[in-house]
Ligand binder design. Sequence first.
Ligand code: SAH
Ligand code: SF4
Ligand code: F3S
Length: 473
Amino acid sequence: MAKLITKEQMAEQQSFIMKLKQENMSYAQKYGHARLALTETYGCQQNENDTERIRGMLKEAGFEFTFDSNKADVVIYNTCAVRENAEQKVFGRLGILKHIKAERRDMIIGICGCMVQQEHITEKIKSVHDHVDLVFGTHALYKMPELLYKAMTEKKTVVDIESSDGSIAEDIPIMRDDTKKAWVSVMYGCNNFCSYCIVPYVRGRERSRTPEAVINEVKELVAKGCTEIALLGQNVNSYGKDLDIEIDFADLLRMVNDIDGVKRIRFMTSHPKDLSDKLIQTMAECDKVCKQLHLPFQAGSDKILAQMNRKYTKEEYLQKIEKVKKAIPEISLSTDVIVGFPTETNEDFEDTLDILRKVEFDNIFSFIYSRREGTPAAKLDFVLTEEEIHNNFNRLLEVQNEISKRKNEAYVGRIEEVLVDGASKNDKNTLSGRCKSSKIVNFKGDESLIGKYINVRITEAHTWSLNGEIVTE
Ligand code: SAH
Ligand code: SF4
Ligand code: F3S
């Protein structure tokens, strides 16, 4: 069982929230307006979910929010380390903030999340970006009130990037913008150590929340009107392995499916090696579970898969997909693919294309390999040139775009239930939402439909989205 952050520790943080609130109240009295905070997220859904916690703590501490860094009193960037470009973006933003802070000395700049959990990055921030006041890693999220209070009152750089053996903090305040859809983390960390990936180093070991904690969070969400739940974890199929009760992810899924008021359940991510027959069966049987599966294969060649430490072969992956298709014929499939792993040859890459053609995913997320310091793959030499890797990447998109379009065309004429997310920025009468299999559907309609489930007849298919019209009868 993962260690829980104790009630006393959480109460201590609550007392810092109160101290911040007092500070903020006297500020508001003096200046006639509240202190403003700005948050930005650079990473995955897990990071988005952490940012919702950061905003929850800030809100309880009396901050209001802005999108304008020129106006913000506190800026917090929640960062990602998975690829180099995510890190470069943050360094770019820090450069801009340096100029803003030069004019506004009291501004607090905080940077947190996966990127700063790496020591070499934090060293770089301390030496090159000395205008940063607050640095905290993924394990220190719950301590943000204390760290922020210190940064605001002591006027010195506060750093907490201690790594942890993996604890869980329950009951951190949370602020969610979307009232209909919510992410709920079921576990944290990753034990898989794929040879290219930094996540296990910055997120720590796998640890599951108790089913009670997950169920209670879902019930609270439903009580507030939320109907779509996305269960989150780096590898949800390992859920429960570290708990001292007999439970796995399929059991948890069924428990969430049984909650009244939940309408749609999604989950991500599944690791192919742990995708069990039981989970496939559970997906097929549970009516609220969306028939949608994100199953990253990363690479097609057995040699590359072994060097990636993925623990399955191309054939095993394809067999799992066949099982899924057989049990759930309407399944919508998506995946992650890495192009240009150091030892990948053009011949290896053909196996990746072969998987795309055989599976026919609805949608893929493809990435060019990015070297991550401290991972085993960082030591390998490249076989292909940058140009060859880019060519392969473009070929991958070409092959997939044709498949995605074809998959979408099969929707034309169907009636799909769409949860309306919002209106287009350019035209408030063009609404956008997602159908049960998660495809984006655009259609004409009134803004008052946002947040509702509407039946839409699909009229046109594009590569990335569908067009439709509201069914009126
Ligand atoms: N736990 C999830 C997601 C991890 S990060 C999973 O295992 O699927 C999301 C995706 O980023 C990965 O699936 C992988 O495709 C990609 N990724 C991870 N490390 C990368 C790297 N060093 N370079 C390029 N892409 C990477
Ligand atoms: Fe990274 Fe692999 Fe863990 Fe996914 S399963 S987070 S790719 S180490
Ligand atoms: Fe997510 Fe990036 Fe961290 S993908 S777990 S935010 S390294």
